[in-house]
Ligand binder design. Structure first.
Ligand code: MN
Ligand code: MN
Length: 467
């Protein structure tokens, strides 16, 4: 069969013009299979890890299975070492010491966050009213509150009892478990509610979670349903009501990760932001050796500003990098100067249902590969790490030489909104940093949508970065 002869103009256009590529369209049958297979491991991770604590525990277990050993400040290190560092059970750093000179080659850092928007239980939460027992809550991160009503919810977290004993709670994930629930108003009585603006349709103090309805058998007392719930908590976890004061209980969607569509190209999950990037960040360093010294940081609290001892702004991450430099006899300032970081966080995928908020030429297209954002921020790039052309050029070369299908994007039209990542915190340390991650549909909703191709492309990008 003869191919149609291309005109001079068509050839010139091919040579000079830039066009995004759909990864599925480019992938061979073998690679399509790799894309699908890789997503299976990620689905397991997402099903198990619905809080930062669970993601941290999962990463530690996976690291130990791969022969990584725990690192403590002051430990000696040598080329070939594989170590993990756990920060208060809520963030984890995985690293491999390479053979290259640290002062000249620096560290190759991948930073992702393992917390996700959710609903946290208040410190004094339990009450009963109108035949039901509830937990009062205070939401965590940027959520559309109305999305969390009338949907199955699970409770994950930790309670520190009066005597200091720690009890982990996870209810709503097993098929035989009960789930929890936030009420919504029936449309028949919802006329006034539906006339409100979206942010007020359900308000913060209405996010009360139903946890019971069975009264304790004693005619003499009030709050019988609450007492019955307290009795169950006491029998199962040794808790009394005061123990809520020292608890971190998180209300998260109870559903599991599922393939989406007849062809299974996409898949949905709670917590894709940012665990869909944390998973490839974790497997890249666990499964692959490198001549470089590579570090994956899985951090907490990104959704509330990277604050606290476990967020990216904590001194601990700089301390680890400094300790590694010291142990390898390298000058930390020189190491930072030579280091490179991929801040791996999700970005918004172009959604044809909402074209008005995107500028199509500079929007992430689903299945067109992992997405680099030179800058984030809002209103004139405000608050963003704007990576240099030189650094973007270097990463671009790495990806192209290693056959990574990738794209670039901004988060929405200029002045429509914006967002931030941990990029600016690593950049502040004098480490060249750029954002790279999986495009997501319905970001920050209870059930977010991504492409398996973009997940695998992100993994391949990390391998190219480590190579
Ligand atoms: Mn994120
Ligand atoms: Mn987010």
């Amino acid at each position: 069969m003869s191919e149609k002869v291309k005109t001079e103009g068509a050839l010139r256009q091919e040579k000079l013009s830039y066009k995004k590529q759909n990864y599925y369209e480019q992938a061979s049958e073998k690679e399509r299979k790799e894309i699908f297979d890789y997503a299976e491991g990620c689905k397991d991770f997402l099903n198990y890890c619905k809080t930062e604590r669970e993601a941290c525990a999962y990463a530690v277990k996976a690291a130990i299975e791969k022969g990584f050993t725990e690192y403590k400040f002051g430990d000696t290190l040598k080329s070939g070492d594989k170590r993990y560092f756990v920060n208060r059970g809520k963030s984890v750093v995985l690293f491999r010491i390479g053979s290259k000179n640290l002062e000249e080659d620096g560290l190759r850092i991948i930073a992702s966050h393992i917390d996700a928007p959710r609903i946290d239980v208040k410190q004094n939460p339990l009450y009963e009213e109108a035949g039901m027992c509830f937990l009062k809550t205070h939401y965590y991160g940027g959520i559309k509150k109305y999305q969390w009503t009338a949907t199955p919810l699970a409770l994950h977290g930790t309670v520190i009892l009066k005597d200091g004993t720690q009890r982990d709670i996870c209810v709503g994930e097993d098929e035989t478990d009960p789930v929890f629930y936030i009420n919504d108003l029936l449309p028949h009585l919802g006329a006034d509610q539906m006339a409100k603006s979206g942010g007020k349709v359900i308000e913060g103090e209405q996010l009360n979670v139903v946890v019971g309805g069975l009264p304790y058998e004693d005619k003499e007392i009030k709050d019988k349903i609450k007492l019955n719930v307290l009795t169950i908590l006491n029998e199962n976890y040794g808790m009394v009501e005061e123990d809520f004061l020292s608890a971190e209980l998180c209300v998260v969607p109870a559903f599991r990760t599922r393939d989406i569509g007849f062809d299974r190209a996409l898949f949905a999950s709670y917590g894709h932001d940012d665990r869909i990037c944390a998973y490839p960040a974790m497997t890249a360093v666990l499964d692959n050796e490198s001549e470089h010294t590579v570090i994956t940081m899985l951090v907490d609290k990104e959704e509330i500003g990277s604050e606290g001892t476990t967020g990216m702004q904590s001194q601990v991450y700089e301390d680890i990098m400094e300790e590694i430099s010291l142990a390898m006899g390298a000058n930390f300032r020189k190491v930072r100067m030579a280091s490179k970081c991929l801040s791996s966080d999700v970005t918004a995928a172009y959604d044809p249902n909402f074209p008005e908020v995107f500028e199509k030429m500079n929007a992430a297209m689903i299945s067109c590969g992992t997405c680099m954002s030179k800058f984030t921020g809002a209103r004139g790039k405000g608050g963003s790490n704007d990576a240099s052309a030189e650094f973007v050029g270097e990463i671009r070369k790495m990806f192209n030489e290693n056959g990574v299908i990738w794209q670039t994007a901004e988060l929405g039209k200029v002045d429509i909104g914006g967002g931030g990542t941990v990029a600016k915190f690593t950049a502040k340390l004098n480490i060249d940093t750029v954002d790279l991650g999986v495009p997501v549909i319905s970001m920050h909703s209870p059930y977010e949508l991504v492409s398996k191709a973009d997940l695998y492309s992100t993994y391949k990008a990390f391998l190219a970065f480590m190579k």
